[in-house]
Ligand binder design. Sequence first.
Ligand code: AQP
Length: 342
Amino acid sequence: MTATFAPRIFSGIQPSGGLTLGNYLGALKRFVEKQDEGIETIYCLVDMHAITVWQDPEKLRQQTREGAAAFIAAGIDPARSILFNQSQVSGHAELGWIFNCVARMGWMSRMTQWKDKAGKNAEAQSLGLFAYPSLMAADIMLYHATMVPVGEDQKQHLELTRDIAIKFNNDFGVDFFPVVEPLIEGVATRVMSLRDGTKKMSKSDPSDQSRINLTDDADTIAQKIRKAKTDPEPLPGHLEGLKDRPEARNLVNIYAALSGQPAAAVVAEFAGAQFGAFKPKLADLAVAKLSPITTEMNRLMKDPAEIDRILGQGADRAAAIAEPILERTFQITGMIRSRRRG
Ligand code: AQP
């Protein structure tokens, strides 16, 4: 018999730097849409993932609070969604360890994010960076989440989450963990760097010019878009005309995602326009959409104690969902749980 699971969404963002336009369009904006559709939503600042590469402790705390402020400023309501930071719910680490014992080394070494981040220097990377996808599987399965809104770059990790859940169920002869569905939707599932249209926009890119940060002011956003790499051709009238023009396609996709239109409508509107004319329109649109978020983030950041309170309360609610799932997992795997709690 196949168990049925109530629809529940889980997703997270690493506080490994300030959030970018890529995080906003690929993740945050869609997190808000899912919350507003009335689905149960659990969102997490995944600080334990962030430390798979070195983080300055004070900056990590600041970035975690800033990330939480970005969630709230973008429209996450901590009363309707659960919002917390991962390290406050110890079940993530506990289930992560069990999944480390289910996942295979071969699976992990095929992860493209591992290969990209480790580069030619795999020997010098942390064990945590290698095991990152199994902790991510635990983040999701700890809540029996059934859907995960993410950007395109996380697709392979979600396939691995499915493999881990299926292997656990098979190994123990149970139907306990759900097979999760990735939600990779919209025109901005992969926002590219403003300096190189073949590279993902990333908060850890050494060049600040490569990304728009949610903390950038209007002048900085306009300047970054003005300087964004493009080609000398005007915009085409059809999407096929963007083939082999990654930078042009990226700016069109960003415009489409920010304005809520299909990319085809954007090229139809700007057919024949030079980038000199298109970029100021894009900058105006980006400022109009992002500056209310930045202003609200700045307001929220003035009261870090209130942010910590929200994260703590979210962690309590998350732990209450996780606890029975974790207990049952320990039972299934044969661990004795006789300690008195509380
Ligand atoms: N450029 C992007 N386009 C669309 N979606 C993106 N996401 C990240 N970058 C883009 C989505 O944001 C969510 C959170 O990602 P993350 O911060 O946990 O990790 P990441 O994907 O590794 O993001 P970064 O910015 O590149 O972080 P660093 O530099 O620290 O590795 C995910 O849903 C992701 O798909």
